[in-house]
Design a protein around this ligand. Structure first.
Ligand code: CDP
Length: 217
């Protein structure tokens, strides 16, 4: 059976997860948030008190179990979707995801998940590394002020009060780290459609993607 793969990449706060989830619902595809996996590994490493700079300490990944239950990430049987969104995890995840070993193991799992089903997968390296043969590839971007403001509003909705300027500098630092790392940095695939969402509403981005994804079977 021919399946359809949609890859969505982009920097922090560009709207990837919201849009990827809506696109997946629209076509009745499975949505996989790969950033959540990197966040979960970071959370586990922090709970285990391991040195995050020490790549060799991430061998525990082999015994870590992931599953997506109704769009929520479970790790080792527990729902971690809330705990992976803390500021501490956000500020450590780029370091953890820069390790070659961590990427190799997670990318293997991501490829495996995407193999036999219609999928929308979002992340930083999906279009050129995880699913290089994806049917449709998008790279969502937005100026840093807009992205920080979106994150600020998301946080406020959840009762998390982090000053806007702190969020902006944390986003800049994470983008910088993700873009300049050696192993599969943040970048668009050569054949990705780049969408600047700075002045677009969510529905309009979804419509743009929908109009490009025509041949869904
Ligand atoms: O949602 P947000 O834009 O804050 O980021 P995320 O998608 O949750 O990803 C968190 C971090 O995981 C990123 O800043 C990257 O360091 C890393 N990541 C990655 O390296 N490769 C991916 N395919 C997805 C995320």
């Amino acid at each position: 059976m021919k399946t359809t793969q949609i890859a969505i990449d982009g920097p922090a706060g560009a709207g990837k997860s919201t849009i990827a989830r809506l696109v997946a619902d629209l076509f009745d595809f499975t949505y996989i948030d790969t950033g959540a996996m990197y966040r979960a590994i970071t959370l586990k490493a922090m709970r285990m008190n391991i040195e995050l700079v020490d790549e060799e300490a991430f061998g525990f990944l082999d015994d870590t179990e992931f599953s997506y239950v109704e769009g929520r990430l479970h790790m080792d049987g527990a729902d971690v979707s809330r705990d992976i969104r803390t500021r501490e995890v956000s500020n450590n995840v780029s370091l953890v995801s820069s390790h070659r070993l961590v990427r190799k193991k997670l990318v293997e799992r991501q490829k495996c998940i995407a193999k036999d089903q219609d999928i929308v997968m979002d992340g930083r390296d999906i279009g050129y590394n995880v699913l290089p043969a994806a049917d449709y590839k998008f790279f969502l971007t937005a100026n840093v002020k807009t992205r920080a403001l979106r994150r600020f509003r998301e946080n406020e909705e959840q009762g998390l009060h982090i000053p806007l300027e702190d969020l902006e500098s944390e986003i800049i630092a994470r983008d910088d780290f993700d873009t300049n790392r050696i192993h599969s940095p943040l970048k668009p695939a050569n054949d990705a459609v780049i969408i600047d969402t700075s002045n677009m509403r969510i529905e309009d981005v979804v419509k743009t993607i929908e109009s490009i994804v025509k041949e869904v079977d």
